[in-house]
Design a protein around this ligand. Sequence first.
Ligand SMILES: Cc1cc2nc3c(=O)[nH]c(=O)nc-3n(C[C@H](O)[C@H](O)[C@H](O)COP(=O)(O)OP(=O)(O)OC[C@H]3O[C@@H](n4cnc5c(N)ncnc54)[C@H](O)[C@@H]3O)c2cc1C
Ligand code: SF4
Length: 500
Amino acid sequence: MRVAIIGSGPAAAGVLIGLEKHAPDASATIFDIGKVPDINPVHTRAPRDWSEEEYDKLHAQIKSQFGFAFPPPKTFFGQGLRKHPAGQNAKPFISEFYGGLSRHWSASVFPFVENDFAGWPVGLSEMSEYYAEISDEIGISGKQDELNSYFGEDYVNRPPIDIPAPIQKLNDRINGETKQSGPYRIISGLNRLAVETNSNAANSCVYCGECMYGCFRSSIYDATRTIERAKEKGLLEKIVNAKVSSVASSNGTVSLKTSAGDFDGFDKLYLGAGCFGTSEIMMRTLGINDGITVKDNNSYVFPIFYLGGASRNGNHSEYISITNTILACVPRDKNGHYAHVHISPFADYYWRYYFPVGYWRYLKFFASKFKARMILAKMYFPTQISKSYSLSLNDDKLKVEKKDYGPSDEYARAVLKQLRRVITGKGFLLPPVKLVRMSTSSHYVGAFPYSESRVPVKPNGEIMRHVYIADSSVFPESPAQTLTFTIMANAARTVRESLG
Ligand SMILES: Cc1cc2nc3c(=O)[nH]c(=O)nc-3n(C[C@H](O)[C@H](O)[C@H](O)COP(=O)(O)OP(=O)(O)OC[C@H]3O[C@@H](n4cnc5c(N)ncnc54)[C@H](O)[C@@H]3O)c2cc1C
Ligand code: SF4
């Protein structure tokens, strides 16, 4: 069986995992617009060995792309992501690297809960076996804690991460407040991370703290790991580095038009070009010039200060700077909306970003004191109350414009008010802050949802004969927790069900 896969991100990795299990004799070709990021000389060396000049170069490269952005972006060793200029507080990422957005992601992986599958052809019980398959591939660090009371089974199979003392105290403080009043029940627990924490593994995390630059140990899972393994096993025959413009299906086979020419003779084709990429290809293929909507989760950033005593100074070589813990804000009202708050240390990266790198040798004392006091929080809301984009094809080019921002601001104020009540005066301070909106969550869904009738998509993802959507374009909504674990699990399910 000849299989074409479009894209090289987590959805494509999910397709390969499905093929490996259910059609191991298939011969797959990946078509991907993605560039291999330029390899910075520091990318395999421990950050403690990076010279001041190398840090300086990295920051010059990042600033040339983003200026003084707040918060400064996570990059892949200096290479950031371009964005669609869709409007105010609305700049979704463009996915154009080999590995998709997983080259830049923060690897937080939570499953959907039963209600998150509203409008899907399957529910949590059908998805469980696919979540388990994906967790075997990516490895998930964590431990049983309060978050299991909301998420249930979390597929953790790696040791939990170590977290700095102030974040542990915040966690304990919140879970100690069992009699909270207000619209939410706020609980706290460790982030579930696709990060190798098994100390016997060759690529185990060493807590260097510099995740914002990219991981020199490859401890953070990215989709290229699965793709390279599929290549070694012979399942993946080749990767064609080209932009796919449209697909066609006739006489039982599938063909593609790409920037490197036409390709045909495939028995099946799986679309994993990300929500924007897949939309562009399918709009062109189906002759749809406008009227397609993509949804994004609204998100906000705010600080929390630790004021208590006896705190570790946050030694700069002993932490992981992606999200450490999660505050799950569970609404008491069944029509309310769940909010998901990511809690991270204030990484040294931010100091180096806003001050000339040469100042670091003087600043690091203060940075370390500050890290023991300031915690960074990012709060996410579901797409039901968040922004959306309208997509159109103008002169054959994709145009992305903000359609609506959604009413999440009022929910954000309600969460902040309750969180302030729970923690303030008990060793922590959540100062009165204006809402700082982030321009995108990086989670995109809803272009061709299962539940829609305009362009019907079958439960197995089939949108045209032998052409299947394997990414989040088919998700009707994105809940507040992260979605990539579900993208991968659903891609594996799509493969299995498309094979009958
Ligand atoms: C900074 C950041 C942090 C994130 N953190 C998290 C997190 O902690 N947890 C989480 O769950 N998610 C996170 N995400 C989101 C996550 O990365 C995405 O949900 C995930 O990568 C989507 O996978 P995908 O394969 O569907 O799409 P993508 O990863 O976008 O991959 C799409 C692929 O398609 C290719 N492509 C696009 N158009 C074409 C075309 N026309 N022809 C050929 N190829 C094409 C691209 O090159 C790319 O390889 C984060 C993202 C970012 C940017
Ligand atoms: S702290 Fe971050 S960058 Fe350093 S090894 Fe661990 S995951 Fe990689």
